[in-house]
Design a binder for this molecule. Structure first.
Ligand code: FES
Length: 129
């Protein structure tokens, strides 16, 4: 925990945090949220650190699609998805042109992105919701 505080303080001093606006999602984030990510922190890690419980069934190891998000602003500022991420995304519910796996996506320093969490993920769909 102490390391986390040190990382946050360092990021604040260097002014390298990215802003992530999360659109409202009925269950995960009803009012939407605006959070900041630390350098090298993924969208999923930043959300979880801010108590926004994005699903991450494979523990962020790029082996499921439950952390799927759609980038609504700032997509072009992101690094390209790996082949492995692209292959997995093909199986995601509600895939769009700007879909990414939030556990594999690091917002660039000082950028502002907006994301939407799909209504369902593959776990929910397979449970007949
Ligand atoms: S948590 Fe499984 S791919 Fe992101």
């Amino acid at each position: 925990m102490q390391k986390l505080y040190a990382d946050v303080a360092k990021a604040l001093r260097s002014n390298k945090m990215a802003k992530i606006k999360i659109w409202p999602h009925e269950e995960i984030c009803p009012n939407g949220a605006e959070i900041e990510s630390l350098p090298d922190e993924t969208i999923c890690e930043a959300a979880l650190r801010n108590n926004i419980k994005i699903e991450h069934a494979c523990e962020m190891s790029c082996a499921c699609t439950t952390c799927h998000c759609i980038i609504r602003k700032g997509f072009d500022s992101l690094d390209e998805a790996s082949d492995m991420e692209e292959d997995l995304l093909d199986k995601a519910w509600g895939l769009e042109q700007t879909s990414r796996l939030s556990c594999q996506t690091i917002p660039p320093d000082n950028e502002e992105i907006e994301i939407e969490l799909p209504k369902y993920n593959i776990n929910m769909v397979s449970e007949d919701h």
